[in-house]
Design a protein around this ligand. Structure first.
Ligand SMILES: Cc1cc2nc3c(=O)[nH]c(=O)nc-3n(C[C@H](O)[C@H](O)[C@H](O)COP(=O)(O)OP(=O)(O)OC[C@H]3O[C@@H](n4cnc5c(N)ncnc54)[C@H](O)[C@@H]3O)c2cc1C
Length: 264
């Protein structure tokens, strides 16, 4: 565990901000591009934690932890983070998660995200470009789902990245605005999958963001013969949902225990 201080915050869109935290111990953060950390914040009600993917792109490994966070109505972290100032402190644990590059790059690597689910793919793209992980013959496709262009965070960086790297293809999928530019498509990211004719012998998928998108994309890939080793999933499930789910399972456990009593 280490402590960080907020050094910089910027507004990226109406609902999204990026946050640069700096480690107070000055150490370089060890992680694999794509992993997330758990941040313990403190507000008037006490301490609480939330998970955030590292979105470092300018500098992959340093004392800085870059996060991109989207606003959630009524959210506790949202209340704190969208009304805070430089100097905010947090305790951090990690890294966690398996949403990372495979040891051997496939012929085609698909990065599929909705909204801030893009976060973990920024350091992954940086790693691919800087040759830490040789792109070789690997074709990299980023399918990014947003409602409209105002949500296309890191747009300039991604378009420039495409210019620099011929092995990279970006498709921005717009669900509430008609597509017009060459890299834009109408509708959801999941609708794009069929166009690539996914092939279990050449393809590897990393999915991140909205749980419904992750489930739907995985369901479609399963039909083409893909399993969990070729489709790594990270759902941005939310804190209260997690609590609700564990409460439910306790109740279920109680019910099962009561039913069992009848048979003993
Ligand atoms: C592994 C992992 C990595 C994550 N990385 C990121 C990241 O990089 N950037 C990021 O912004 N978030 C990320 N999240 C989500 C993040 O951890 C918080 O859940 C999110 O910031 C909302 O926290 P909150 O305290 O504001 O809302 P909460 O207080 O947790 O939720 C408030 C209410 O809103 C509902 N809700 C929460 N989010 C949404 C939503 N998007 N749409 C609809 N309803 C919602 C909840 O069910 C709840 O009822 C990640 C989650 C996980 C599990």
């Amino acid at each position: 565990m280490f402590t960080v201080t907020l050094d910089r915050l910027r507004t990226l869109s109406a609902s999204t901000r990026d946050f640069r935290f700096t480690r107070e111990d000055g150490e370089t953060t060890r992680y694999e591009p794509g992993q997330f950390f758990r941040f313990v914040f403190e507000d008037a009600e006490g301490e609480f934690d939330r998970s955030y993917s590292l979105c470092n792109f300018e500098e992959l490994y340093s004392e800085h932890l870059d996060l991109v966070i989207s606003r959630v109505d009524g959210g506790r972290a949202t209340r704190l983070l969208f009304d805070c100032e430089v100097g905010l402190r947090a305790r951090v644990t990690g890294p966690f998660g398996r949403l990372t590059l495979p040891a051997t790059l496939p012929r085609r690597l698909f990065l599929i995200a909705t909204s801030v689910g893009l976060s973990p793919f920024m350091p992954i793209l940086k790693a691919l470009e800087t040759g830490l992980n040789e792109a070789g013959d690997c074709q990299v496709v980023l399918l990014l789902g947003v409602r409209d262009r105002s949500e296309f965070i890191y747009g300039k960086q991604l378009l420039d990245y495409g210019q620099r790297n011929p092995w990279f293809e970006l498709r921005l999928c717009l669900s509430r605005e008609p597509a017009s530019a060459g890299h834009e498509r109408d509708g959801y990211v999941t609708a794009q999958l069929a166009e690539f004719d996914p092939d279990t012998t050449t393809d590897h998928f990393l999915l991140c963001g909205n749980p419904a998108m992750v489930d739907e994309a995985y369901a479609r890939l399963k039909v083409s013969g893909f399993g969990p080793r070729q489709v790594i999933r990270e759902k941005y499930v939310f804190a209260r949902e997690k609590k609700a789910a564990s409460k439910l399972s306790d109740e279920q456990k109680k019910l099962i225990a009561e039913k069992m009593k009848k048979y003993t």
